[in-house]
Design a protein around this ligand. Structure first.
Ligand code: DX5
Ligand code: ZN
Length: 208
């Protein structure tokens, strides 16, 4: 299984070391929260820029922002390789995805648990990746919503060429559910960075 550890759950006093401990991962997931689109504030492009020289991984930036389009350039300059925006944001989603692609990054779209998967249909041809949320976005360490994996089965047929990423509540048990439902890559925060041996936890998930 491909795994994208989420920096949100890392030790912020030792971010550089934390990122190095997961260099065998498949991507690095960076959760950006504005305190408006979600009821939490995380970090911004300066932290992403500081991490860039510490890791050769694909930087998978998840923008939980009301106005993601305003920040595309800042995250590109900071070293983002892919940018995911939410279907529920206040910007023109199609134009934002197109702009991400024109800027040379991989465009991704995400949806909250309450958003029907059919609402993504007009955007799928514009995306390289779909990020299915299996928790309400905003916080790490929440319980996995298994019923959300139905969206993966739908997307597997509706968008065969698009990468399917799952985010929220991933551990050794829930990862199997996602794998069986057709996920290509799993975001894991607490189960990797909260483990006593971070690289062993990562390897165990990757071995699934
Ligand atoms: C939640 C974030 C997730 C979060 C996952 O809004 O999008 O990426 O870091 O954390 P865990 O793996 O702890 O559920
Ligand atoms: Zn995320």
């Amino acid at each position: 299984m491909k795994i994208a550890p989420s920096v949100l759950a890392a030790d912020y006093l030792r971010l550089g070391e934390s990122v190095k401990a997961v260099e065998a991962a498949d991507m690095l997931h960076l959760d950006i929260m504005d305190g408006h689109f979600v009821p939490n504030i995380s970090f911004g492009p300066d932290i992403v820029r500081a991490l860039r020289p510490q890791s050769p991984l694909f930087f998978d930036v998840h923008l939980m922002l009301t106005h993601p389009r305003r920040y595309l350039e800042a995250f590109q300059r900071a070293g983002a390789d892919g940018i995911t925006v939410h279907a529920e944001c206040a910007d023109d989603v199609a134009a934002t995805l197109q702009e991400i692609r024109e800027m040379g990054m991989q465009p991704g779209i995400s949806l909250k648990p309450g958003t029907p998967v059919e609402s993504l249909l007009p955007f799928l041809p514009l995306c390289g990746m779909v990020l299915v949320m299996t928790v309400e976005p905003g916080f790490g360490g929440q319980r996995f919503m298994a019923e959300q994996t139905e969206k993966l089965r739908f997307l597997k047929c509706a968008a065969p060429g698009v990468l399917l990423e799952v985010d929220g509540g991933i551990n050794m048990e829930t990862a199997k559910i996602c794998r069986d439902a057709g996920a290509d890559i799993l975001v894991a925060g607490t189960s990797v960075f909260g483990a006593p041996d971070v690289s062993a936890a990562l390897r165990a998930l990757q071995a699934l």
